[in-house]
Design a protein around this ligand. Sequence first.
Ligand code: ADP
Length: 526
Amino acid sequence: MRTSQSNTPETPARPDEPVEPRAGFPQILGNAEIGNELFEQAPEAVAVLTTDDRIVRVNKEFTRMFGYEPDEVLQRPINDLIVPEAQLGGARAYTRLLQQGGRVEVETVRRRKDGTEIDVSLLAMSVRSTSGEHVVNYAIYRDITERKRAEDRLRESEARFQTMADTAPVLIWMTGTDALCNYFNKPWLEFTGRTMEQEVGIGWTEGVHPDDVQGCFDCFLPAFHARKPFRMEYRLRRADGEYRWVIESGIPRYTGAGEFAGYIGSNIDITDLKRAAAERQRLHELEADLARINRVSMMGELAASLAHEIKQPITAALVDAKTCVRWLRRDTPDVAEGCEAALRMIQDATRAAEVVEKVRSLYKRDTSDRELHDINEIIREMTVLLHDKANRTSISIRTELDSELPLITVDRIQLRQVFMNLILNGIEAMKDTNGEVTITSKRTADGQLLVSVSDTGIGLPVSEVDRIFEAFFTTKEQGTGIGLSISRRIIESHGGRLWASANAERGATFQFTLPIDVAAASPSAA
Ligand code: ADP
């Protein structure tokens, strides 16, 4: 873009009027010549016009800008030559304004000789004689095409940014150099349900969770003063009133000339991601619990070694008891030896008790935590967990859950064990036939919770149906026979009942009750 030069006439001199040379001004030209030169060399296109806008004189820049040689334009109305149709009304108004002694300073469009149009800034003024008579008009044109183009480019780039910002799937904001926000994109305003006016400045903090506002300032302000990028998480109120977790990152922005212009940043709603992470964590815990259940299922094998381990001290105790009796039955009973043998008996019995305790501790939870839980929730998480296993043998798991059930006080992990045992038994009962496990939950007329797990499998072992809840009873090659006995103990420890029945058509149904508002029957099933 062109800037005004020192030789641009601030108050254009009339070409024929003498110009007083200033002190120190090079005296190389006569006054009239100086005037002429200034007129000709002026970096703007200058036209001297009669009061009714006929051209008296034009300079070199005029010829360069509009393509007309001076003799082509002399005496002709300037409006006919360089004013496009659309601008004629305006141009005539300027003439009238000048006649009234006014001055015109506008940006407009003019036409070249070849018909092309050109953006110009126009400065026009009337020149009066000392007696006040309107003598001529001056029209000075500056080519502003470049500046207009730059402005258009800027507008375009701003529009591009606007479109991008408004269609991006993130919330975008900007601040000025004072750390106050001065822009929020459409997704931000839609997310918060607030207007730009409400959000600018520090208005946006009104939507930040009260517990997070301080943290936001503590992170943003030091980063802002250090001109460093920052990243923070906080809760931002969505238009529906729900606080959502967002992750916000901001970076300093600079003008093309490298000057700090403020910050720009974006926010992404990470609530669902956070939930998924929490869910993953829960599944991890579940896996850990299942590992413990697996240990329990090894009880079958342990039973054998348990028998072996206990047999040893009991045999020793028997031997010591006999020895003790022998010492005491002597004609002169040897009390000292008898006591010795009795002491060994105590040691043997203690060893046996220790073995039992050791095994017991394998499937005993260290702590019993009973809290209010939604039984349907536990059912749902177990079906999710066992979905794959069932799928592998083409078995589906269906649930019919009463959504109106109240929360009940249970040990969630123990309840999972029960579901795990019952559902796995159902799946195993159908492994050769396919089928469906159906889990239902409802409230009974007498105010209990009734849960049933039924399958369409081989059915209960008819001749030994009474024994299935006995520990170590199993009809499976790989079975341990302890799932149902543990499950029954868990349910009974919660004050409920667990029983089995044969289905009318195919398969078996296991049902259990749990008292609502349970006062635990005993602190732990184990
Ligand atoms: P395991 O499954 O290791 O045998 P359980 O105590 O869970 O131990 O089950 C004991 C027995 O009860 C099983 O071996 C099986 O005979 C019978 N049983 C359990 N669930 C079912 C079922 N859904 N259908 C048929 N029989 C079952």
